[in-house]
Design a protein around this ligand. Structure first.
Ligand code: LMR
Length: 309
């Protein structure tokens, strides 16, 4: 392949992302984890599946970063997942240290990469990656809006018994309990869902979306979701690798857009070869704007906490 993607963290999200990347032939993949033998074993297993899956992408496992050199995109999934009863924010101090160490290596070996952060608490971890990499803000982004919007779309399709392919949804804000699903901008075949279902059902779907991660955590009991998070990260990587100019909700560093400054938060962006090529400002109602500001305040609190750790 003429593109290279490194996935840091060989756990469920990382390994599933590696699988999707190679099976879609988006890039050669390097899977890195500190656990000896684990990324090598998973990479070999994926390589041995290639003849059946019919792809020619190479997958390499490693415990250090040399093999990752000159990656086009780096997906960071490293860190611990939450367990039932925990919030994503409970992971802050542990994952902050891991994120810093990992990003320093990424920046050293792949100074031109675009970084997609997946580790939680997502928006706060984007701040760590941004500072530790020293990269311009266009090249550091977080995966969350794509995941939250996919969950919203799945619930809309289930509710209305329509194809998921007919659905579109936008979820903005931080990747936490305060996230902001936007029913007005969520559609089925172009029709806003506000015209297709009663308000109480819309509210129920929004609530299920906002607690979607916790719902999976409470079912799995030993970890968090990985199929949908991996799909979401790979959709972002694909948009960058193929220079698709695709509008997706992602965590981006804002400088004044939506009245928010110096903060990573989920907003619609245009993703292409340069990373975040544009931050799309959509018109929000007073209530939607209030909800976004409330979500931004929750992220800001985590960023302030990190400064004291
Ligand atoms: C998710 O939304 O599935 C992830 O952020 C993992 C989690 O802890 O919920």
């Amino acid at each position: 392949m003429d593109k290279k993607v490194t996935v840091i963290g060989g756990g469920n999200v990382g390994a599933t992302a590696a699988q999707r990347l190679c099976e879609k032939e988006l890039a050669d993949v390097v899977l890195i984890d500190i656990m000896e033998g684990m990324p090598q074993g998973k990479a070999l297993d994926l390589t041995e599946a290639a003849p059946i899956e019919k792809h020619d992408a190479s997958v390499t496992g490693a415990n250090s970063y040399e093999m990752s050199a000159d990656s086009d995109v780096v997906i960071i999934t490293a860190g611990i997942p939450r367990k039932p009863g925990m919030s994503r924010d409970d992971l802050l101090s542990t994952n902050m240290g891991i994120m810093r160490q990992v990003t320093e290596q990424v920046a050293k070996y792949s100074p031109n990469a675009k970084i997609i952060v997946v580790s939680n608490p997502l928006d706060a971890m984007c701040h760590v990656a941004y500072e530790a990499s020293g990269f311009p803000k266009e090249r550091v982004m977080g995966m969350a809006g794509v995941l939250d919007s996919a969950r919203f779309r799945a619930f809309i399709a289930m509710e209305l018994n329509v194809s998921v392919e007919n659905t579109h949804a936008f979820v903005l804000g931080g990747h936490g309990d305060t996230m902001v699903p936007l029913p007005r901008y969520s559609t089925v075949a172009g029709i806003p869902i506000t015209e297709l279902m009663p308000q109480d059902r819309i509210e129920a779907l929004c609530k299920r979306t906002a607690t979607g991660g916790a719902e999976i955590v409470s079912l799995l009991k030993t970890g968090s979701a990985y199929y949908a998070p991996a799909s979401a990260a790979v959709e972002m990587a694909e948009a960058i690798l193929k220079d698709k100019k695709k509008i997706l909700p992602c965590a981006a560093m804002l400088s004044g857009q939506y009245g928010i400054n110096d903060l990573f938060i989920g907003v619609p962006v245009k993703l292409g070869a340069a990373g975040i090529e544009e931050i799309v400002e959509i018109k929000l109602t007073e209530d939607e704007d209030k909800a976004l500001k409330h979500s931004a305040a929750a992220v800001q609190e985590l960023v302030d906490t990190m400064k004291k750790l």
